[in-house]
Design a protein around this ligand. Structure first.
Ligand code: HEC
Length: 128
């Protein structure tokens, strides 16, 4: 009876230790194994992979077609690059929260999306 209790105790203690070891190991190596999911990768920004989606999801709802807000159509590379190279897009998306001229209105883009836009514009806003 005494022996059995000890075995169970050892088993519980061992799995507890194992759990602790494997979980700390998992977290220690998380970035190495899977990459840092929170990192913003601006090393290879392209219009087709990044910019088109950022503008499409955050701007085109208002800036599209004949009745585009502010008379600014942001559909397609030609329109987007023209506005980008004029400085208008960065001027609006980098304004402070609460500024009535911030775009999208009242809801700033993520820092990562802003960085990607800046990178692409600095590269000349190519259709890549
Ligand atoms: C909810 C609707 C809405 C969304 C979404 C929106 N805008 Fe606007 N935008 C407006 C309105 C309305 C104006 C005109 C008033 C003003 O100038 O602030 C405007 C004006 C602008 C202007 C100035 C146009 C000019 O020539 O004076 C730029 C540049 C602009 N938006 C860029 C953007 C970008 C880039 C995004 C996405 C990141 C975006 N907007 C998202 C409604 C929107």
């Amino acid at each position: 009876m005494e022996c059995r209790t000890t075995k169970i105790f050892n088993l519980v203690a061992f799995s507890g230790l194992l759990g602790l070891f494997t979980s700390s190991c998992y977290y220690d190596n998380y970035d190495d194994l899977y990459g840092n999911v929170n990192a913003c990768d601006t090393s290879a920004v392209t219009f087709s992979q990044d910019i088109k989606m950022i503008i499409g999801q955050n701007c085109e709802g208002c800036h599209n077609g004949a009745s585009a807000s502010g008379g600014l159509n942001l559909a397609g590379h030609q329109n987007i690059s023209t506005s980008a190279l004029s400085g208008a897009i960065l001027d609006r998306v980098t304004r402070n929260a609460g500024d009535p001229l911030l775009m999208p209105p009242g809801q700033a883009l993520s820092d990562c999306d802003q960085s990607k836009l800046r990178t692409w514009i600095n590269e000349g806003a190519p259709n890549n």
